[in-house]
Design a protein around this ligand. Structure first.
Ligand SMILES: [Zn+2]
Length: 117
C-alpha cells in the first residue's frame, strides 16, 4: 500500500493526488504541518528544507492532506491514479521553499529563523 508523502498514512492511488515538489514544499501549510508534527529546531528545519526541495518525483497526497494545498484536482487525481509524475515534478527552487518554511516558523514562534537574511 502506498503512503501519503505528507502524513505517511496509507494512501490509495485512486483516491489521492499527485503533486509536484514545489506545489507541496513551496506551500507554507506544508511546513506548518511539519513543524507541528516534528520537534524541529531551526537547523533541523533548514536540513528538511534542503532535503525536501530536492525531491525528484511526484508527491502522493492523501485526500485529507490535499486540503492544505492549491492545485488542479482533476489532473492531480489522474496523475495519481496512473502513478505518473505530474509535469513540473523535480527539484524546487530552494529560496522559494526556504521562504515558505520561514514564514511557517515565524507564525509558530514569532520570529524568522536565523538563517533568513
Ligand atoms: Zn496525508
Amino acid at each position: 500500500m502506498a503512503q501519503c508523502d505528507v502524513c505517511s498514512m496509507p494512501a490509495d492511488f485512486n483516491n489521492s493526488y499527485a503533486l509536484t515538489t514545489i506545489e507541496v514544499v513551496g506551500n507554507k501549510n506544508y511546513w506548518s504541518y511539519m513543524i507541528d508534527a516534528h520537534s524541529f529546531d531551526e537547523e533541523l528545519l533548514m536540513m528538511y528544507v534542503q532535503q525536501q526541495a530536492m525531491q525528484r518525483t511526484g508527491w502522493l497526497i492523501c485526500n485529507n492532506c490535499s486540503r492544505k494545498f492549491t492545485f488542479n484536482q482533476e489532473s492531480a487525481k489522474r496523475y495519481a491514479s496512473t502513478q505518473t509524475d505530474p509535469p513540473g515534478s523535480g527539484p524546487a527552487d530552494l529560496n522559494q521553499v526556504a521562504a515558505a518554511a520561514a514564514l511557517a516558523w515565524k507564525e509558530k514562534g514569532g520570529t524568522l529563523p536565523s538563517w533568513v537574511r
